[in-house]
Design a protein around this ligand. Structure first.
Ligand code: ADP
Ligand code: MG
Ligand code: ZN
Length: 585
């Protein structure tokens, strides 16, 4: 899998020197091994864990970048158990803190917490425990606010430090330190107050306790965010270990979804019945309504599926979660509300009935498949209308449209490895590893043609132009229908209609939107937001005789659609994509 192909930065160590830390011949190696097996009940380290633990045990400052669910916590919990004194863990999420405490309690590792809801007595006990040589806890979880606000805590930390009892400092979700890190944060539960408070204050730890190794952990951070964190935390020369975000056991696939959504549900149902029989999975949908209706449709087809969304009663939610976790429910049909705290390792498929709102979101959501490193599938159904449903949903977000288009591009892509398309969006933290035909594009090779769509672009742009000259706005559906000759008869005479299939028409309009020949034009009513198409910044280029527009289209998709939806193709004996689309040389 993502086998320890870490990269490093910082002048402290060469790659060669770093290799040494993958070994198990350190003075502490035996103890680590024993605790890994006996205390944590784990058979072996995951990629990078051993290296990270050894570096931290050697007293190095370390930034560890690893995808969610890969096991970052172990990298400070295990050293904590194998060291004198205690490890201070700074974490911005009280809910995660509580999860960790419960988990540690279940494996009999002593841990304590100090946060805003701690009682006076509890706080007193914890503060006293920090210098107690009997070590009543191995880990102490605190919020960033506590560090910033509690002089008492700082004074106790200093005492502990001087007594050699502060063995390590871990800063979880370390990207939160940087003001640029927030866009990338995986969970929205980090409230703005933390964002501002996390910022300048945590540097005090390394300034006051320079000899204590610090470990910063994050799932998503670019090198610029990490540099910023390094500065804010006052860590002079940390080693950065970056796990590959490439989940090599996941198979990525995009399927086209007809506007007729019944068809995609039938498709999903047969996938589950045939390919994933008896296997655990998630179907992600767009809305609560879809969660109910899709799960009902699947149930009707005999599939053991249940809905999950934010609007359900808490006890219903936890029941669905629990039954799914114990394999009494096969499929959860869920909105993205089903995410936090999901830790099922044998999820064999994550099917998106609707595209995600960004490629980062898709990576996270689909990434819940195959956490056990066994093969699993991530399939997304790409429907034209869904683009605009999501678009109006994210209209208030500053970069909402831009991010949505990254997802659309991923789906529309026919010629590049799905992994490499994803990798771009993870900036430097992605290692460029092979795909091994674990995506539909790599598996089906050169299954596409490049077509010249210049004339199509002109025709579509003319439709939008004409509407605007008549002071009319057209939704994508209206543009589609007008071009296909289904608009008002009067109008049909004034435009060039097409005989392309609906899916081809939709693909071309999507392409024109992605390329900037068309752009979005929102309109608000008190009840709903409308998405219209208007001319994009590149539309005027089409007036230029020498300007051409090409696009790549999937061959199989085209043939299938052409045959199934267009009667002339068969009757004339000419494949209609030859007829309608000029293949470029
Ligand atoms: P992260 O913080 O990176 O999102 P966690 O530390 O919460 O991930 O760990 C996710 C899950 O992986 C936990 O259930 C944990 O027990 C499990 N895990 C961690 N290390 C290993 C390992 N070496 N082998 C198997 N499971 C592991
Ligand atoms: Mg974590
Ligand atoms: Zn590939």
């Amino acid at each position: 899998s993502s086998a320890g192909s870490g990269s490093l930065s910082g002048p402290v160590m060469t790659k060669q020197e770093l290799l040494r830390y993958e070994n198990a011949d350190f003075p502490w190696s035996k103890e680590l091994e024993q605790n890994l097996k006996n205390t944590f009940q784990l058979s072996k380290f995951r990629p990078l864990q051993q290296k990270a633990v050894n570096l931290s045990m050697s007293g190095k400052d370390l930034f560890l970048v690893m995808p969610t669910g890969r096991g970052k916590s172990l990298c400070y919990q295990l050293p904590a158990v194998c060291s004198e004194g205690f490890t201070l863990v700074v974490t911005p999420l009280v809910s995660l803190m509580e999860d960790q405490l419960m988990y540690l309690k279940s494996i009999h590792v002593e841990a304590a917490t100090l946060n805003a809801s701690s009682t006076k007595e509890h706080a007193k006990m914890v503060l006293a425990g920090m210098t107690d040589t009997k070590a009543p806890f191995k880990l102490l979880y605190v919020t960033p606010e506590k560090i910033a606000k509690s002089k008492l805590l700082m004074s106790r930390l200093e005492k502990a430090y001087n007594a050699g009892r502060l063995s390590r400092i871990a800063v979880d979700e370390v990207h939160c330190c940087s003001q640029w890190g927030h866009d990338f944060r995986p969970d929205k539960k980090v409230t703005p107050i933390h964002q501002s408070k996390y910022n300048p204050l945590l540097g005090i730890l390394k300034r006051q306790f320079p000899k204590v190794p610090l470990l910063g952990l994050t799932a998503t951070a670019t090198s610029s965010v990490l540099k910023d964190c390094q500065k804010i935390l006052c860590v002079p020369e940390p080693i950065t270990l970056t796990a590959s975000f490439n989940r090599t056991n996941l198979y990525y696939e995009v399927r086209f979804k007809n506007s007729n959504s019944e068809e995609s549900i039938g498709d999903i149902a047969s996938l589950i019945e045939e390919r994933y029989q008896g296997q655990s999975g998630i179907v992600y949908v767009f809305s609560q309504k879809d969660a109910d209706s899709v799960s009902e449709d699947l149930q009707k087809k005999g599939i053991n599926a249940y809905p999950y969304h934010a609007n359900m009663a808490p006890e219903d939610k936890s029941r669905v979660h629990r039954k799914w976790s114990t394999n009494k429910i096969q499929v959860v049909v869920a909105t993205v509300a089903f995410g936090m705290g999901i830790d099922k390792s044998d999820v064999r498929f994550v099917i998106h009935h609707t595209i995600s709102k960004s490629i980062e979101n898709y990576y996270q959501e689909s990434g819940r498949a195959g956490r056990d490193d066994q093969p699993a599938d991530c399939i997304v159904y790409f429907g034209f209308n869904d683009i605009f449903r999501i678009s109006t949903m994210v209209v208030m977000e500053n970069v909402g449209q831009k991010k949505l288009l990254t997802m659309v591009e991923y789906c529309q892509n026919v010629d590049r490895c799905r992994r490499s398309v994803m990798a771009v969006h993870f900036d430097e933290v992605w290692d460029d590893e092979g795909c091994n035909e674990m995506c539909d594009v790599c598996r089906h090779g050169n299954d596409y043609i490049t077509v010249d769509v210049t004339q199509h672009a002109k025709d579509v742009v003319q439709i939008v132009e004409l509407a605007s000259s008549l002071d009319e706005k057209l939704t994508p559906l209206k543009v589609t229908e007008a071009w296909m000759g289904k608009g008002p008869a009067k109008r049909r005479k004034m435009i060039q209609t097409t005989i392309l299939s609906r899916l081809e028409v939709e693909a071309i309009i999507t392409h024109l939107l992605l390329q900037g020949y068309l752009s979005e034009d929102f309109s608000f009513t008190p009840y709903t937001t409308y998405f219209y198409l208007k001319l994009g910044r590149k539309a005027s280029l089409l007036k230029n005789q020498s300007h051409s527009v090409t696009m790549k289209m999937r061959k199989t998709g085209l043939d299938a659609n052409v045959v199934s939806t267009k009667q002339p193709a068969a009757s004339t004996g000419i494949s209609s994509n030859e007829r309608a689309l000029d293949s470029s040389p």
